[in-house]
Design a protein around this ligand. Structure first.
Ligand code: CP3
Length: 340
């Protein structure tokens, strides 16, 4: 029996869409907080297969969602490339901003091997996960990871990274290439260890000119997909060029994708005629409604289901679950979908 998420990604329009939530594991779950407390550092936590596999499985146990997403982070790849990354309370990720010289010193060879404890997490999860649940692996898109490497932390406008790309096109190409090669190796490793879907989080794809979108987002993503396929990996790939506007259409038509994750700002119904027939769309409840709960949330769920009903669909949020989300609200969303 093929799991529902894989059926949707094969192009099947199901009567009830399969469900998972971005950031379904994490701080809104008391069991996550208890497991997380066993490791003082978030990155150590990601590199501990026992703890990370437990965190991956928790939302599946609690919510009976159709998918488990590997518990890891998009900023592990820079560690493999020899950069320092840590997480500061109240700030988020902090990296040493990279320079042109730093790019030439990235340790591309063996970058994915240096973070290969993640593959052990994948194997542990797959061994424990029921057959009808799909294990989703992931990596950050090259541009999104590059923004953190260049800016040193999350910023609202990514101006420093965009300037860097305009001023140092060759160094930027080298950085994106290092990321594409190491990310492809990392995704291949995940798939060999048991992930059944691969998702590329290009979370900061918004606000790029079409020309920069082509060089910074489409081109390196094409390289990742090419290398993954060349290695013989056939699992479906979901792209997530979040909030990229019309660039999202260019993205999905330029790349060999089986799924396109859609942010809150885009109608899946309006998007469908512009993308490949049978492409599975994933999304896109406003995460704010999940934080609010109540009737507004249920109405929002209905709108998403109606909007996506004309083709293959995986239900998700437009972005991640936040720590203030109530468990009963997540149950409310799932029940609404499954009881329709
Ligand atoms: O449940 C899941 O979705 C699985 C795991 C996952 C995490 N991060 C765990 C995590 C995934 C898929 C990510 C991806 C990720 N990480 C993205 C892309 C997706 C998105 O949300 O747009 C980005 C931009 C990051 C970088 C990152 N990691 C940020 C901005 C933060 C938040 C820092 C903070 O303090 O809020 C993280 C940390 C992080 N990654 C947490 C979790 C559960 C919280 C850390 C903790 O538990 O203290």
């Amino acid at each position: 029996m093929t799991p529902l998420i894989l059926r949707a990604l094969q192009g099947e329009t199901l009567p009830t869409p399969p469900i998972w939530f971005m950031r379904q594991a994490g701080r809104h779950l008391p069991e996550y907080l208890a497991t997380r407390a066993k490791s003082k550092d978030f990155i150590d936590f990601c590199f501990s297969p026992d703890l990370a596999s437990e965190a991956t499985l928790q939302p599946v146990r609690r919510y009976d969602v159709d998918g488990a997403i590997l518990f890891a982070d998009i900023l592990l790849i820079p560690i493999g490339l020899g950069r320092s990354v840590h997480f500061e309370k109240g700030v988020g990720p902090v990296l040493e901003p990279i320079t042109v010289e730093g790019i030439s010193k990235l340790t591309i060879d063996g970058a994915a091997d240096r973070i290969s404890s993640i593959y052990e997490t994948v194997s542990k999860v797959r061994a424990a996960l029921p057959e009808d649940k799909t294990l989703i692996g992931f990596a950050g898109g090259c541009w999104t990871v590059a923004t953190y490497m260049i800016e040193g932390r999350g910023t609202p406008d990514k101006e420093k990274a965009k300037r860097f790309a305009y001023e140092n096109p060759d160094a930027m190409d080298d950085l994106l290439d290092a990321l594409a090669v190491s990310t492809a190796e990392y995704l291949v490793g995940q798939a060999r260890a048991g992930t059944q879907v691969l998702k590329i989080f290009e979370s900061w794809a918004q606000g790029l000119s079409p020309a920069q979108f082509e060089t910074l987002v489409i081109s390196p993503t094409r390289k990742i997909i090419h290398l993954v396929r060349e290695a013989g990996i056939t699992v479906p790939i979901i792209g997530f060029p979040r909030a990229a506007g019309l660039n999202m259409i260019t993205f999905s038509n330029a790349l060999d994708l089986q799924g396109l994750a859609v942010g809150t700002d885009t109608s899946m119904g309006a998007l469908r005629p512009h993308v490949r027939d049978g492409l599975c769309l994933q999304g896109n409840l406003d995460p704010l409604l999940l934080r609010m709960g109540g009737q507004a949330m249920l109405d929002g769920v209905d709108r998403v289901l109606d909007d996506a009903a004309q083709g293959p669909h995986i239900f998700n949020l437009g972005h991640g679950v936040t720590p203030d989300v109530k468990i009963e609200s997540v149950h409310g969303v799932i029940n609404r979908i499954r009881e329709r």
